[in-house]
Write a protein that binds this ligand. Sequence first.
Ligand code: G3H
Ligand code: 13P
Ligand code: ZN
Length: 334
Amino acid sequence: MKVSFKELGLVNTREMFAKAVKGGYAIPAFNFNNMEQLQAIIQAAAETKSPVILQVSKGARNYANQTLLRYMAQGAVEYAKELGWKKPQIVLHLDHGDSYELCKSCVDFGFSSVMIDASSLPYEENVKLTRKVVNYAHKYDVTVEAELGVLAGVEDEVSSAVSHYTKPEEVIDFVKKTKCDSLAISIGTSHGAYKFTPEQCTRDPQTGRLVPPPLAFDVLKAIEKKLPGFPIVLHGSSSVPQEYVDMCNQYGGQLPNAVGIPEEQLRKAAKSAVCKINIDSDSRLAMTAAVRKHLAENPSHFDPRQYLKPAREEMKKMYIHKIVNVLGSNGKAR
Ligand code: G3H
Ligand code: 13P
Ligand code: ZN
């Protein structure tokens, strides 16, 4: 049975992006797969009165079940109200939709926003598929994120001769033809906890820590110039906090040389036309670090609540930090 996101108390991204671009801050887009992540996200957003995007990947849908996820999002709106957030601004968004059928199914299932990621296709095919998704989604007032440019993989040379960065000269034509509502771009971020190889980094002489190369802010600037005020999205924006990496490694994990995007670069991006910042890996790290620590210190515990409670608290702390100290979206949804 079809359901509109409006019946679920969700909102699309249109108004929140317009405000964020104007206000020089970014909306957090946090991925979730389970109840503890969702509780932590909603608690953090409600406490800080920050608009928030709940992101569901195809993998998350397969892992958790699409029906369950959709009711979890609906429940999240009610939970937010229960926490004293009078007018929660919560988006349910499909992350990296890879087909028209998947996007359509999410629109029909109550998502308020979908991403069609056809960035690996040739340009004209990307345009065609994105336009098809937009045509369907807009009938139901669902907003659409598209992508141009390919996010670098860990093996890609940062200064490779073949650039995977978004080509600023393509963005006007792409947005005009597809009528997408926001555009994910590639300026040097990538998914996961290993965003750069040690060879691509330098080392901080004092701490010995890896220092990643800077993002291509010149490309972002050129895109902003072509599309003034148009909402831009940054994927792969986890900063891979070294305290979580250390905690994982200290308690039996093996995450050598995990490295992310330094927060000062994300802060700079949030002040620009970048109005949606995607964070998944940092939540995974916070959760795993806390679970590992708890179980190592309490080997007799076997009630999942005993180790998931500190994990949830650690994630909430991390989400609040991102909202308040990095993205600046606190207080924007009162
Ligand atoms: O963009 C990727 C997100 O981090 C989702 O990851 O496909 O493993 O759920 P996933
Ligand atoms: P991270 O792996 O950096 O958290 O990126 C998440 C993302 O872009 C989800 O679409
Ligand atoms: Zn992504």
